[in-house]
Design a protein around this ligand. Structure first.
Ligand code: ADP
Ligand code: MG
Length: 385
């Protein structure tokens, strides 16, 4: 049993006594490319991480839920009344109650349950520990209740839990990636149609890896800046007479920019339109098995986020520059910006050296040390045993 599954199991035994009926896991995710394209009806290309959240669980017959996480001391308990009212459970357990709520709102009979949660996914770093906990709990409850709910409907349900119960406005990317992710693949997601396609991304076979650097930069004004970017994109689409910026074709970009009289808006639009194209180009290269060749697209994505969308911070830019100088094929910030993580495509046997170079560059600049981890694309939510 993996260490994280053992921790969930030990937590279950200690809090509730007895044995769990099973263990269910869901991973974190990282977005390979396609940033701020989701709410513009565009394209993203995330993959699931080998780091997972595990839920050890058993059904009860009292129609109530008790959930413990190793992040907290005491279990949180709630019944149907709290689950049926967004806000009825708050704090971290809202992510669990939200899943119960979304299932019940969709007409399912959710069994009472005891759940114990352990996780290797860093919380609040942009690797989607939130979707991981949602998907692991969902997998557990669906099976414990024998619910008729095919996995292709899980992402929408988990997203509803986060949007409408927790109250965090996120798109469908995180939940899709952690539920549908497949080992050795990235998930190409069209955010307008929600069509998904598995794209070969077998880093291991190519002797490659992705280094993820947690910048540990404090999230400065992230919410307000996110809202401002979104608004700017929506206004630009309106001016251009399109439903969303996804509808501006790459070949029409210059003409579209000429119709916008504000330089800042032009930069925002240029980022979104070129970023959509970079996702499509990345998908083409990966389909052709040319993994190393996506490096320049990753780096161009970063430059676009830094110069046109203006969402990077000094720690993030430092990590990207240091990774490239140490031999990465490409590197970029991943996630919404103003902190979060950087990813770099590296030779597997160079990953440690690139990580050390980033850490040294941080020390030179006087930044608090970053977190680093080397990952390969892994599978999505699943029962463990
Ligand atoms: P991210 O998804 O990038 O990690 P979010 O802010 O979206 O960051 O979600 C983090 C929140 O999800 C935590 O603050 C906590 O409420 C909840 N959460 C995630 N993982 C766990 C866990 N293992 N145990 C309890 N709560 C968790
Ligand atoms: Mg999240």
């Amino acid at each position: 049993m993996s260490d994280v599954a053992a921790r969930a199991t030990a937590g279950f035994r200690q809090r509730y006594g007895g044995e769990p009926a099973g263990r269910w896991a869901a991973p974190g995710r990282v977005n390979l490319i396609g940033e701020h394209t989701d709410y513009n009806d565009g394209f993203v290309l995330p993959f699931a991480l080998p780091l997972r959240t595990v839920v050890a669980a058993a059904a009860t017959d009292d129609g109530r839920w008790s959930v413990w996480s190793e992040l907290d001391d005491e279990p949180v308990e709630f019944g149907p009344a709290e689950a049926d009212e967004p806000g009825g459970v708050d704090g971290w357990a809202a992510y669990v109650a939200g899943v119960v709520w979304a299932l019940r709102a969709a007409g399912h009979t959710v069994p009472g349950a005891r759940l114990a949660i352990a996780s290797d996914v860093p919380v609040g770093s942009g690797l989607s520990s939130s979707a991981a906990i949602e998907a692991a709990v969902l997998a557990a409850l669906v099976e414990l209740g024998g619910l008729d709910l095919p996995a292709d409907r899980w992402p929408r349900l988990a997203q509803r839990a986060e949007n409408d119960y927790v109250g965090a406005p996120t798109g469908i990317m995180d939940q899709s990636a952690v539920i549908r992710g497949r080992s050795g693949h990235a998930l190409f997601l069209d955010c307008r149609t929600e069509a998904v396609e598995q794209i070969p991304f077998d880093l291991e076979a190519a002797g490659l890896a992705v280094l993820v650097v947690d910048s540990r930069a404090p999230h400065r004004h992230a919410d307000g800046e996110y809202a401002a970017r979104r608004k700017s994109c929506e206004r630009a689409a309106e001016t251009l007479g399109v439903a969303a910026l996804r509808d501006v074709a790459t070949g029409d970009l210059d003409a579209a920019l000429a119709r916008l009289d504000d330089a800042e808006t032009r930069r925002r639009v240029r980022h979104v339109v070129t970023e959509d194209q970079r996702v499509l180009d990345t998908v083409e290269l990966l389909r052709a098995g040319r993994i190393r060749d996506i490096g320049p697209l990753l780096t161009a994505s970063h430059a676009s986020m830094r110069d046109d969308f203006e969402i990077t911070v000094p720690e993030i830019d430092t990590a990207v520059e240091a990774a490239l100088a140490a031999g990465a094929y490409g590197a970029r910030m991943t996630g919404g910006g103003f902190g979060g993580c950087v990813l770099a495509l590296v030779d597997a046997d160079a990953a440690d050296a690139v990580a050390a170079a980033v850490t040294a560059a941080y020390a030179d600049r006087g930044f608090a040390a970053p977190g680093t981890l080397t990952v390969l694309p892994a599978g999505g939510a699943t029962r463990l045993d």
